[in-house]
Design a protein around this ligand. Structure first.
Ligand SMILES: [Zn+2]
Ligand SMILES: [Zn+2]
Length: 111
């Protein structure tokens, strides 16, 4: 199993979202709303069925994180401007959600 890349630099881009530079050199970009919509917590995704309980129309267009903290060695926790703060984003999930041109043009093939 390859060593999991970890964030080395996290930059708040204001209204544009967030940029994360990883230990393997990858430079990720995320729109706030994209991250919020993919929150993996039990309130947003059904624990057993994986059904998404969070509806996009309930997430404000101008959503953004008001706080960001690292959780142990494996995840980031965002506190959102809509008050939601239960979502932990494990690093592998963040890599899947990456919106940089490289990731959006050529999705990783199950490697
Ligand atoms: Zn959530
Ligand atoms: Zn990427």
């Amino acid at each position: 199993m390859a060593r999991m890349p970890t964030p080395t630099e996290i930059t708040d881009l204001g209204v544009d979202g967030i940029a994360i530079t990883w230990s393997d050199g990858h430079a990720s970009r995320y729109a706030w709303r994209h991250l919020r919509l993919h929150c993996p917590c039990a309130l947003c995704v059904h624990e057993w069925t994986g059904e998404r309980l969070l509806h996009a129309d309930r997430v404000p267009a101008g959503i953004r994180a008001v706080r960001l903290e690292r959780v142990g060695a494996y995840a980031l926790r965002f506190v959102w401007s809509d008050g939601h703060d239960t979502g932990l984003y494990p690093f592998p999930l963040l890599r899947q959600l990456c919106q940089c041109p490289q990731c959006t043009e050529a999705p990783a093939s199950g490697a």
